[in-house]
Design a protein around this ligand. Structure first.
Ligand code: ZN
Length: 290
């Protein structure tokens, strides 16, 4: 069987997401290791010139050798962009839905979600409620879990640290430990803990040991902390094996999709078959596309 190569954690890019944009958002971080790592790795990835950001992103996805990319919206507005991109290239993009996460949307949420899922065929949910001062066991998420259960959809939750420079106290709300309630209550809903829950990797791994429906993505760790990633993956392998570990890019510009795939493929501490599991086989099974 030929397995697909899948990125399960990619965001939508707008025209402003260029290499200059990286310098701009990380002004003041020039001495930081992650910034140096991104800058030096990006030198190895030639920027594709294209007519639109959509075309450019597709070109970098192709260069990375990826077959499928899950698009994760961060707001209601981005839900529509994700829908647009996925309709333009349905063979590659897999749309997830960011549900309303504020109390003010609390009318008939179940109906809202099921209507969205049925009309657009979103294939999962992306939860970013820790950016909105809500913990990962917030009651507003209960309806999302109900829909996910009824429609057999995974839920990818932002956990752990936010991107550097985020001016919000996200860490106060994003300890993956809080996921336990939902993991237990909805055993049929597969939950993906983003960024392996860093800095709570041990908690994330403990949840994955305890609950069959808990998965971990390695998004952004390839460029934020490649040395710790080695330790995290070897620890995961020792404890739960590698079947529940999923590759994600989580870049700021399309070039970073290619960059993160290159970084992951270059690791010397996993066998080729182990890398293929993480870089697609596991996500393919989870998303029912193998
Ligand atoms: Zn992300």
């Amino acid at each position: 069987m030929i397995y697909l190569r899948i990125d399960i954690h990619c965001h939508i890019f707008s025209e402003q997401n260029t290499t200059k944009f990286i310098d701009k958002i990380f002004q003041g971080f020039t001495g930081y290791g992650f910034y140096k790592q991104i800058k030096s790795e990006l030198k190895k990835v030639p920027s594709v010139e294209a007519d639109s950001m959509f075309e450019k992103t597709l070109a970098h996805i192709k260069n990375a050798g990826l077959n499928k990319v899950v698009l994760l919206p961060l707001s209601l507005r981005e839900n529509l962009l994700v829908k647009e991109w996925s309709e333009l290239e349905p063979n590659i993009f897999i749309p997830f839905l960011n549900p309303p996460e504020k109390k003010s949307y609390n009318q008939n949420l179940y109906k809202y979600f099921s209507d969205q899922i049925e009309s657009i065929e979103y294939r999962g949910f992306k939860i970013t409620n820790s950016f909105r001062k809500k913990k990962l066991n917030d009651p507003i998420l209960k309806n999302v879990f109900k829909v996910a259960q009824d429609y057999n959809l995974p839920i990818l939750m932002h956990t752990g640290y936010p991107p550097p420079g985020t001016k919000k106290n996200v860490l106060s709300y994003s300890n993956p430990f809080k996921i336990e309630e939902f993991a237990l209550q909805f055993p049929e809903v597969n939950i993906i803990i983003a960024h392996m829950g860093y800095p709570w990797v041990d908690i994330a791994l403990s949840l994955a040991v305890q609950y069959q429906n808990v998965y971990l993505d390695i998004s952004n760790l390839t460029y934020m902390m490649p040395n710790r990633l080695k330790e995290f993956l070897l620890r995961a392998k020792e404890l739960i094996g590698l079947d529940k570990i999923l590759f994600g890019s989580d870049g700021f510009i399309p070039e970073m999709i290619e960059m993160t795939v290159n970084l992951f493929e270059g690791v010397d501490f996993l066998r080729k078959e182990e890398k293929s599991k993480i870089l697609g086989e596991n996500s393919g099974e989870l998303l029912n596309i193998i």
